[in-house]
Ligand binder design. Structure first.
Ligand code: AMP
Length: 216
C-alpha cells in the first residue's frame, strides 16, 4: 500500500512527477487543481467561486477543498493507495487529512524561481483530461496537439507572470508553514518526509524520487 503526498511551489513539477509515479507504481492520483478545473465545467453552483479564486491565483477556502478531497479519497479505486497532487496546501488541510487517513510518504520538490517561471510560462494543457506538456521541456509529438486524442492544447489562464506572483505569495503564506508542520511530524517518526532537488530534468527528478522513496 503506497500513499504519497506531493508538495512544492507552483511549477515545481508536482503534476508531471505525479503522473510518472502513478505509472511507475500503478496507483491512481488525485490532483486538487484538476478536480477544481473540472468542477468549473460541471458544477454550475460553485463555478463562479472556483473560477474567481483560480484566475486570481488565490487558494480556495479550506472547508471547500477539504470536503471535495475527503469524499474523493473514499472511492474504491483509492483503497490500494494513491498520490495526492496539490493537497494538502495548508496546515488545516493536512490536519483534516491526518484525521481521515494515514499517508506515509511526503515528497517535497524544491525548485528555484527561474525554473518556476520557465515551467509555468511554457506549460500546455489538454483541458478535457488534464494532461500537461511543456513547449520545450516536455513537448507533444505534434506542436500544440495532445498525443493521445489529437485535440488542441491550450494555456492555463493562471499560468502567467502576474498571477504567478500571487500564487507564489499564497505558497509562502500557507504552504511554507505546512512544510514545517510535516518536518515536525517526521521528527515524531510518523512519516517519511523526503526533499528532492527539482531543478534538473524530468527524468532525473523521477529517478531521484524513486531512489529516495526506496520502496521494495
Ligand atoms: P494547481 O493545478 O495545483 O496549480 O492548482 C490551481 C489552483 O487551484 C490553485 O492556484 C488554487 O486556486 C486551487 N487549488 C488547488 N489545490 C488547492 C488546495 N489544496 N487548496 C486551495 N486551493 C487549491
Amino acid at each position: 500500500m503506497i500513499r504519497i503526498i506531493m508538495l512544492g511551489a507552483p511549477g515545481s513539477g508536482k503534476g508531471t512527477q505525479t503522473q510518472l509515479l502513478s505509472k511507475y507504481f500503478c496507483i491512481p492520483f488525485i490532483s486538487a487543481g484538476e478536480i477544481l478545473r473540472q468542477e468549473i465545467k460541471k458544477n454550475e453552483k460553485n463555478k463562479n467561486y472556483i473560477k474567481s479564486k483560480i484566475n486570481k491565483g488565490k487558494l480556495v477556502k479550506n472547508s471547500f477543498i477539504i470536503k471535495i478531497i475527503k469524499k474523493r479519497i473514499q472511492k474504491k479505486i483509492y483503497l490500494n493507495g494513491f498520490i495526492l497532487d496539490g493537497f494538502p496546501r495548508t496546515i488545516k488541510q493536512a490536519e483534516s487529512l491526518k484525521n481521515q487517513i494515514k499517508v506515509k510518504y511526503i515528497i517535497h520538490l524544491k525548485v528555484n524561481l527561474e525554473n518556476i517561471i520557465n515551467r509555468i510560462e511554457g506549460r500546455l494543457i489538454h483541458e478535457p483530461s488534464g494532461r500537461t506538456y511543456h513547449e520545450t521541456l516536455n513537448p507533444p509529438q505534434k506542436k500544440n496537439i495532445d498525443d493521445i486524442t489529437g485535440e488542441l492544447l491550450t494555456k492555463r489562464k493562471d499560468d502567467n507572470k502576474e498571477i504567478i506572483i500571487t500564487r507564489l505569495k499564497e505558497y509562502e503564506i500557507y504552504t511554507k508553514p505546512l512544510i514545517k508542520w510535516f518536518k515536525e511530524e517526521k521528527s515524531k517518526n510518523k512519516i517519511k518526509y523526503l526533499e528532492v532537488n527539482s531543478n534538473t530534468s524530468i527524468n532525473n527528478i523521477h529517478k531521484e524520487i524513486i531512489k529516495k522513496l526506496n520502496i521494495q
